[in-house]
Design a protein around this ligand. Structure first.
Ligand code: ADP
Ligand code: MG
Length: 568
């Protein structure tokens, strides 16, 4: 069992980069995929989104990279479905390999995608690159122009293969692999393994190692007394959203889990800057420092711990009430382990997850694994927060009234009632008490609301536009769109958490809506079906009716999340 990156025999320059990034241990797919990839084996790997597949193929590519003369063609080609993903992968490889040949003498990685002027790409290719990361369309362009040489390729990686095939890149992928040297290594990673992907693997991979990171029942479910909820928040708003959620939840003791040491440090700093007393706990601290932090949590000097999984391993705190996942954990098992820390011995526990839009899919995987619902919540608004604070003040006043040692204060009220109504006197007293307990007003970020975002918002981002008119064009996100009627009057857009992957077609949605609600086909506006969700436009006045009707029914044999589409 691979536990640490050093077990993986990686070059010290790579280990250094990982430490600098704060990665403490390999994710499951990394632990299993890196050794065979280092041996040069072909590989077929399946693991859900957010499980660290990029480093799983990038580290072996970098490990095998040798310092070569300028002008040589690339030794590795990574194909990715979209411009955004190609850029992300490129940045990741760049970070992992930035000191590969000595300080600041890193691997040369070039992103190649449509929509960017081809001139810069040509210049870079001419100067020589080690690794090219591109979308299939633009890569084909370069191959046919003779500007991308494949004869030096040692490895080709198909990243997010399911998405690439969904987007109609099958032929391009075939053509690229046909043009690559026969003795190359071929690596395919995919979040799902439908037969289309299997077919590509059968055709182009040679005796591949197969790795599937199963969503096995790590522990028999989660204690039922754990309340589980999630908030979809865009990355820049996460610290503020976390603060807001902590304010409303008012945990007795909480652990916030982060991915890396850097994230732990920067989040602790941010939270402390916002007036929370947060302590950091990660593998970069000495054992003594860690013990100190743990003791402060145990003896209630601290109520908020920001930690990595490794540092918090085996940690058991009796009075812990809340576990917060600052990101969706890379392995569903980690989620189960984390939330197993609360809800012990019949106490109520709360598990909260902050998910970025792209991680929404991962939440579904976790729900399937645990067999338990994770309730999607809205980040508390400023108004919610005020209401909650007032509620706390009210509760404190009530306690004070019950304790009944107010004699010393009655005289004050009496003198004021000559001039004012008792109600007014009381209200003024509440105001003072409230201001005193909330620190004289609101924290500085309190008056701005955190924007609500839709899950998997980037599925609607424009896709690679390199492919000219060679393929039938699709709607946004490759989604077949049904124009529908232009509805009169105000309309509402509904998000339905099932899409093409579940076999949903426009007629299925029309059928479900007309069958279960009072609407007829003419009342339904445009329908967009993306890979994992669909959007339907209905008259505003019927929105709530349609939402509850669809929630109560099955679409394509499945229950779907249905709600108003978040404003973007
Ligand atoms: P996938 O391709 O499986 O969807 P990514 O490779 O994009 O996932 O990784 C998801 C996130 O996890 C990235 O932010 C990455 O930096 C982070 N990550 C990857 N490996 C590790 C690790 N071993 N420890 C901590 N964070 C990691
Ligand atoms: Mg990926």
């Amino acid at each position: 069992m691979i536990r640490t990156f050093s077990d993986l025999d990686l070059r010290p320059e790579l280990l250094g980069a990982l430490t600098a990034l704060g990665y403490e241990e390999p994710t499951p797919i990394q632990g299993e995929a890196i050794p065979p990839l280092l041996e040069g084996r072909d590989l077929l790997g399946q693991a859900a989104t957010g499980t660290g597949k990029t480093a799983a193929f990038a580290l072996p590519l970098l490990q095998r990279l040798e310092k070569r003369g300028r002008g040589a063609g690339p030794v590795a080609l990574v194909l990715a479905p979209t411009r955004e993903l190609a850029m992300q992968v490129c940045e990741a490889i760049h970070k992992y390999g930035k000191d590969l040949f000595g300080p600041a003498n890193g691997a040369r990685v070039l992103p190649v995608y449509g929509g960017q002027p081809i001139g810069r790409q040509l210049r870079e290719l001419e100067r020589g690159v080690d690794i090219v990361v591109g979308t299939p369309g633009r890569v084909i362009d370069h191959i046919s122009r003779g500007t991308l040489r494949l004869d030096g390729l040692l490895t080709v990686v198909l990243d997010e293969a399911d998405e690439m095939l969904d987007m109609g890149f099958a032929e391009d992928i075939d053509a690229i692999l046909e043009a690559a040297p026969n003795d190359r290594q071929t690596v395919l990673f995919s979040a799902t393994m439908p037969s289309r992907v299997e077919k590509v693997a059968r055709r182009h991979l040679r005796n591949p190692v197969r790795i599937e990171i199963r969503r096995e029942q790590a522990e028999q479910g989660v204690a039922p007394q754990v309340r589980q909820s999630a908030y979809v928040v865009a990355r820049p708003h996460k610290p503020a959203a976390l603060g807001r959620v902590l304010d409303v939840e008012a945990p007795e003791a909480a652990i916030v889990f982060c991915r890396t040491r850097e994230e732990v440090d920067s989040l602790s700093e941010t939270l402390n800057g916002r007036g929370y007393r947060a302590e950091a706990l990660h593998g970069g601290l000495s054992q003594e420092q860690r013990d100190k932090v743990m003791n402060r949590l145990r003896n209630r000097t601290t109520e908020l711990l920001i930690a990595t999984d490794v540092a918090a391993r085996g940690l058991d705190v009796e009075h812990l009430t809340h576990v917060v996942n600052y990101n969706v954990p890379a392995a569903p098992e980690a989620y189960v382990h984390r939330i197993g820390r609360v809800g012990r011995a019949g106490r109520e526990g709360v598990a909260i997850t902050l998910a970025e839009p792209r991680e929404h899919r991962m939440l579904k995987t976790i729900e399937r694994l645990t067999g338990q619902k994770i309730v999607m919540e809205k980040v508390p608004t400023v108004a919610d927060l005020r209401a909650r604070r007032l509620e706390l003040t009210r509760a404190a006043l009530r306690e004070s009234l019950l304790e009944d040692d107010l004699d010393g204060f009655r005289a004050v009220v009496e003198t004021l009632t000559d001039e004012f109504d008792v109600m007014e006197v009381a209200a003024a007293a509440v105001k003072l008490a409230h201001e005193a307990s909330t620190g004289g007003g609101s924290a500085d970020d309190d008056d701005t609301d955190i924007p609500q975002v839709a899950a998997r918002a980037e599925e609607r981002a424009p896709y690679d536009s390199t492919r000219g008119g060679s393929r039938p064009s699709c709607g946004p996100g490759g989604a077949p769109a049904r124009k529908g009627r232009v509805l009169e009057g105000p309309t509402a857009k509904l998000f339905i958490g099932l899409g093409r992957a579940a076999g949903v077609r426009p007629q299925d949605l029309v059928g479900a809506i007309t069958g279960e609600s009072s609407l007829s086909g003419r009342d339904i506006g445009g329908i967009e079906i993306a890979e994992r969700f669909a959007l339907v436009e209905v008259p505003e006045g019927a929105a709530e009716e349609v939402i509850s009707a669809l929630r109560a029914t099955m679409i394509k044999g499945r229950k779907a999340t249905v709600r108003r589409d978040g404003k973007r």
